[in-house]
Design a protein around this ligand. Structure first.
Ligand code: SF4
Length: 388
C-alpha cells in the first residue's frame, strides 16, 4: 500500500511530529554551526555571501543553536523565482503550512523583551541590554558647558550664576548620595571655565573633539513614525547598513518604509510602519543578506545614532570579499558599556575633553534624581521617553 504523507497527519500526531522536527532543526543547526566555524576564515576569497555572515553572526548570542541562514554557493534570492525565495525553515512559511509548534511565530512585544534572538515572521528581533538603555542610553549633557547649562561664550558672571543654581539643588545633602559624582564634575567645570588659560585649552580640545566625534546623542530617532500600526506598538525596523548590499528589494516591496540613502546606496528605514506588517515582513523576508531587524522602539534612537558613526566600505568592496568593518549592534553595546563604567577624576587630564570625560558627565547627570533633571535641564529631560 502506498504511504501517504499529509500536513494534517503531522498536525494530528502532535508531540511525535514536534519531537522529530526539533531533532531535525538541532541536527541542521549543528551542521550549519560547524560549517560557519570552518568557513568563516575563507570569506576573503569566497564571495560576498560568506563574508557577510562573519561579522554579523558574531553578534548573535544564540548563533550556536540558531545560526543565520547561510548562502554558501547559493544564488541570491533576487535572482530566484519568487516561489523559491526564502528559507525553508522560515516560521512565516511554516505557519502558513500549518507546521506550528517548533518555533515561535508571534513577533515579540515589549513585555517579551529578551536578550535572546527570536525568529519571527520575517526577520530577526534584536535587543540591546534593556537595563542599560534605560539607565545610560539616553540624551544627556556631555561637556562642561552643557552640564552648566550655559552657552560656550558665557561670561564669568553667567558661569557663576549657573554654578550656584546647580549646587543649590544638586548638593548631595539635598539631592542624595547619587548626586556626589555630578557635583564633583560641576566643581571641576567651574574651576576650569573661570580660569582664562585653562578655558582656552579646554575650548580648543572640545572643538576638536566635536569635529571628530560629531554631534552627541540627542535621544531622537532619525526615522519618522508612520501610521500603519496601533498606538501601543513598541516594535520598529532597523537596517544594518554595513551589511546591506543595496539590492533595493526591501525598497521595492515596502517603499513607504524603506528608502535608499544617496551616499552609500544602502537601504535605510525612512518611516517606521510606513507600510503594514505584511508588507514589511515580506520586504524583510526578501533581503538576501538578512540585514533587516525588528528592534524595540525605545532602542531605535541609539541604534540609528550609532549607525551614523560606523565605518563603512562600498558595496563593491563587500562584493569583492571585504568584510564589513563595523557593527551597529556591537558599537551600541560598547557605547552603553562605556557610559555605564565611566569614571573620571582631575588626574585624567582636567583640561582635556575626551570620550571618557564625556561619558562620565552623561553618566553622573543621568544618576541625578529625575525631578532635578526636569527642573534644571528641561531641554534634556523632555527628550527622555520620546519613544515608547
Ligand atoms: S536591506 Fe536587504 S533587501 Fe534592502 S537593499 Fe539592503 S540588502 Fe537589499
Amino acid at each position: 500500500m502506498p504511504v501517504r504523507l499529509s500536513l494534517e497527519r503531522h498536525r494530528g500526531s502532535g508531540l511525535a511530529f514536534r519531537r522529530s522536527l526539533l531533532l531535525c532543526v538541532l541536527a541542521s543547526c549543528t551542521v550549519v554551526g560547524w560549517l560557519t566555524s570552518h568557513v568563516s576564515n575563507l570569506g576573503a576569497t569566497h564571495g560576498p555571501y560568506l563574508t557577510h555572515s562573519s561579522p554579523a553572526s558574531a553578534l548573535h548570542k544564540t548563533s550556536a543553536c540558531m545560526p543565520r541562514r547561510m548562502r554558501v554557493g547559493v544564488a541570491p534570492r533576487s535572482l530566484m523565482p519568487r516561489t523559491m525565495r526564502g528559507s525553508p525553515l522560515s516560521p512565516r512559511r511554516m505557519g502558513r503550512l500549518g507546521r506550528v509548534g517548533a518555533v515561535k511565530l508571534d513577533l515579540p512585544n515589549e513585555s517579551e523583551a529578551s536578550t535572546e534572538i527570536v525568529f519571527t515572521g520575517g526577520g530577526q528581533y534584536r535587543v540591546l541590554d534593556q537595563g542599560d538603555v534605560d539607565a545610560v542610553g539616553q540624551a544627556a549633557p556631555t561637556d562642561f558647558y552643557e552640564m552648566l547649562g550655559v552657552d560656550i561664550s558665557a561670561n564669568k558672571t553667567n558661569l557663576k550664576k549657573a554654578y550656584r543654581g546647580i549646587l543649590k539643588y544638586c548638593h548631595p545633602d539635598k539631592a542624595g548620595a547619587e548626586a556626589t559624582e555630578f557635583c564633583t564634575l560641576v566643581n571641576v567645570a567651574y574651576d576650569i571655565l573661570t580660569n582664562d588659560v585653562q578655558r582656552k585649552v579646554y575650548d580648543v580640545d572640545l572643538e576638536q573633539y566635536r569635529e571628530t566625534q560629531g554631534d552627541s546623542f540627542d535621544g531622537q530617532a532619525k526615522s519618522a513614525w508612520g501610521t500603519n500600526c496601533n498606538t501601543t506598538e513598541t516594535r520598529a525596523v532597523f537596517v544594518d547598513e554595513l551589511s546591506c548590499i543595496g539590492c533595493r528589494m526591501c525598497n521595492n516591496l515596502a517603499g513607504d518604509t524603506f528608502g535608499m540613502e544617496d551616499l552609500w546606496g544602502r537601504a535605510r528605514v525612512k518611516t517606521q510602519w510606513g507600510n503594514n506588517e505584511e508588507e514589511i515582513s515580506d520586504a524583510i523576508d526578501s533581503c538576501p543578506v538578512d540585514c533587516i531587524y525588528w528592534v524595540q522602539r525605545k532602542q531605535l534612537p541609539l541604534l540609528e545614532y550609532i549607525m551614523g558613526l560606523c565605518n563603512r566600505i562600498t558595496v563593491a568592496s563587500m562584493m569583492n570579499g571585504r568584510a564589513a568593518p563595523d557593527s551597529p549592534f556591537s558599537r551600541a553595546e560598547y557605547f552603553l558599556k562605556q557610559r555605564k563604567e565611566a569614571k573620571w577624576g582631575p588626574a585624567d587630564g582636567s583640561m582635556l575633553h575626551n570620550e571618557r570625560l564625556s561619558n562620565a558627565i552623561a553618566k553622573a547627570w543621568l544618576q541625578l534624581p529625575a525631578e532635578i533633571r526636569q527642573d534644571l535641564w528641561p531641554q534634556y529631560a523632555e527628550l527622555q521617553g520620546d519613544t515608547n
